[in-house]
Design a protein around this ligand. Structure first.
Ligand SMILES: CC(C)(COP(=O)(O)OP(=O)(O)OC[C@H]1O[C@@H](n2cnc3c(N)ncnc32)[C@H](O)[C@@H]1OP(=O)(O)O)[C@@H](O)C(=O)NCCC(=O)NCCS
Length: 167
């Protein structure tokens, strides 16, 4: 199967995005979402990100196979006093992990964010999410703070690390 990496279009099939993210939510992955999203929720979010991307305030990259997302990475500029910083995030579908796709997709996203000259690129990652932390560290992200007992999971509350890539 051919996997392509592309930018967000204006008229995405929100249903396929909702199905994608709901599978990741269902595995209780290390992301902040814990409740399934509807296609309408996803459509509204994609439209907002598309609008923001047209104004240099966001970017979203999709790894796609057979017309369906298998990975998403996005960045968003902060506002007001945080407008010099961008937050980034990434997910890859479970069956596609460990083959280099996350690194390729995340690099595309980071490079796009860097074109807008942010002061810092930052993210939140659950302490113990080794694959993600290794990926971020390999790109130069440094852990600068810990939010103790921050994300609630069925088996307890986990710390969240703040990592920053200074520019
Ligand atoms: C984190 C995630 C995006 C990585 O995507 P991936 O496609 O599996 O990653 P890659 O195969 O490109 O590997 C990139 C790097 O991640 C690290 N990595 C990936 N899988 C790993 C594993 N099982 N154990 C340790 N490190 C791992 C390695 O440093 C790897 O680089 P290397 O292969 O050059 O050593 C993916 O695991 C994922 O979506 N996880 C669930 C959602 C999530 O946790 N998102 C991040 C929220 S902060």
């Amino acid at each position: 199967m051919t996997v392509t990496i592309r930018k967000l279009h204006q008229d995405e099939n929100a249903q396929t995005f909702a199905e994608y993210i709901n599978e990741i939510i269902a595995e209780n992955a290390f992301i902040h979402l814990d409740t399934p999203v509807s296609a309408d929720d996803e459509k509204a979010w994609l439209q907002k990100i598309f609008y923001d991307s047209q104004h240099g305030n966001a970017g979203l990259f999709i790894a796609e196979e057979n017309g369906k997302p298998i990975g998403i990475s996005h960045w968003e500029k902060g506002d007001q006093r945080e407008s010099g910083n961008v937050i980034v995030g990434i997910t890859i579908a479970q069956h596609h992990r460990g083959h280099g796709l996350g690194r390729e997709l995340f690099n595309a996203c980071i490079q796009d964010a860097q074109r807008h000259k942010p002061k810092n690129i930052w993210l939140k990652v659950v302490a113990g999410n080794t694959p993600a932390i290794r990926l971020y560290e390999s790109l130069g992200f440094k852990r600068v703070a810990v939010l103790p007992k921050w994300y609630a999971y069925p088996d307890g509350v986990k710390d969240v690390d703040i990592m920053v890539l200074s520019q």
